[in-house]
Design a protein around this ligand. Structure first.
Ligand code: FAD
Ligand code: UDP
Length: 367
């Protein structure tokens, strides 16, 4: 029997593969009172799917991941569009050529556009910290503006750190985009599970060989359940009883509000880099174009993670944390019947498709 700690995407993909292909029994223990991990969603009284743990837009260039997930869901075609309020103006994110013309007078915008295209080419993405390295006066002005207005305040709120104190890959997730494409992602495959993410996970776990125990902490069963292999998707420092110290995570508080109006904002996600304590507001009905008279939004407040007090949502990618993670990872390598996989167990800022790809690859290594 395989024991899996955690019913998020990582645990659920592996449970599905092990049961359907290896025909082995699987016990999934989940600490929360629902399956799905952070992709869990539910319908509210207006019929709107609420992503309980923040906005989840699926996107991938990996055809095998898309094909695999498509066995368990139909997709509602959806391209994530995000706006940011900068100087009181609603601009598209990533910051692109359209944004340039919204925040600067036409003459200046046109000069900056020419400079960007001549320097980098059209349809090119440049991380803000890279753009800041260019010495040209116009580019210095532009990168300084975008850094101050879009990245600095948001990153301080989101992480409690400046962009320089995180790996550059964090802010590179939202590069400056020399393009007129207003979509947040350009991946080939994008969409939202037609009946929600929870239903997708339910279908993965719907196998007589899979048993799911909710409200069950791995720590409470690890000595009583006999397993041939353990797949662990929780926090790696917790698994080893914090023997080298606690890893840092970032947490969030979601404040849900319903309004007596059809729409609150034009797109699913609006970011607030400059003002307010929240980083972004998500209006959920946009994901599946749900028709309803009222609407529900979530205000997202980043906060420090406190063990036992709130949930660990993000690993914090920098040198100090990587060094501590490396110690745990070294211990993990010594345990031959345990697989550590997932955003928490590998302490990596994975997107959903990366987790599915990891889990599918891990399964191939297991068999
Ligand atoms: P999780 O979903 O965290 O699952 C781990 C599970 O293990 C949890 O259910 C937890 O309760 C359980 N668990 C932990 N410890 C124990 C224990 N001791 N015993 C029993 N159970 C335990 N990705 C995208 O691709 N697009 C997006 O738009 C996107 N938006 C995001 C927005 C937010 C706010 C966040 C936080 C993440 C977002 N992601 C997005 C990333 C996505 O959520 C993750 O890649 C994915 O959910 C990770 O799956 P996982 O199985 O590794 O971890
Ligand atoms: N970011 C920012 N301003 C924004 C959007 C993103 O500074 O308006 C930075 C910030 O550091 C953030 C990171 O880019 O944490 C990655 O953003 P993404 O939208 O990928 O974050 P996620 O959806 O994973 O929370």
């Amino acid at each position: 029997m395989y024991l899996i700690a955690g019913s998020g995407l990582a645990g659920s993909v592996l449970a599905e593969r092990i049961a359907s292909v290896l025909k082995k029994e699987v016990l999934v223990v989940e600490r929360r009172d629902h399956i799905g991990g952070n992709v869990y969603d539910y319908k509210d009284s207006e019929g709107i799917f609420i992503h309980k743990y923040g906005p989840h837009a699926f996107h991938t260039n990996d055809e095998s991941v898309w094909a695999y997930l498509s066995r368990f869901t139909e997709w509602y075609p959806y391209f994530h569009r995000v706006r940011a309020i900068v100087d009181g103006i609603e601009i598209p994110l990533p910051f692109n050529l359209n944004a340039l013309y919204m925040v600067f007078p036409p003459g200046l915008a046109s000069r900056l556009e020419t400079k960007l295209v001549d320097t980098f080419g059209y349809n090119v993405k440049i991380p803000i910290l890279k753009l800041k390295e260019f010495g040209d006066k116009d580019l210095q002005f532009l990168s300084g503006y975008i850094y101050e207005k879009v990245f600095l305040g948001y990153t301080l709120k989101q992480w409690g750190l400046t962009p320089e104190n995180l790996y550059p890959s964090v802010t590179a997730r939202v590069p400056v985009y020399i393009s007129r494409d207003d979509r947040y992602f350009q991946d080939r495959y994008q969409g939202i599970p037609e009946n929600g993410y929870t239903s997708l996970i339910e279908r993965m776990l719907d196998n007589p060989l899979i048993r799911v125990e909710l409200n069950t902490d791995f720590r409470d069963v690890k000595d009583s359940v006999k397993f041939e292999k353990l797949i662990y998707t929780g926090c790696i420092d917790e698994f080893f009883d914090f023997r080298f110290g606690e890893l840092s995570y970032r947490s969030l508080d979601f404040s849900l509000k319903s309004y007596d109006t059809e729409f609150f904002q034009p797109v699913a996600q609006v970011n607030y880099p400059e003002n307010h304590d929240y980083t972004r507001i998500t209006e959920y009905k946009h994901f599946l174009d749900t028709r309803s008279e009222r609407t529900t939004v979530a205000y997202e407040y980043p906060q420090a993670y406190e063990r036992g007090g709130n949930d660990p949502y993000y690993p914090i990618p920098n040198d100090e944390n990587s060094a501590l993670y490396a110690k745990y990872s070294e211990e993990a390598r010594k345990l031959h019947n345990v697989v550590f996989i997932g955003r928490l167990a590998e302490y990596k800022y994975y997107n959903m498709d990366q987790i599915v790809a990891r889990a599918l690859r891990t399964f191939e290594e297991l068999r």
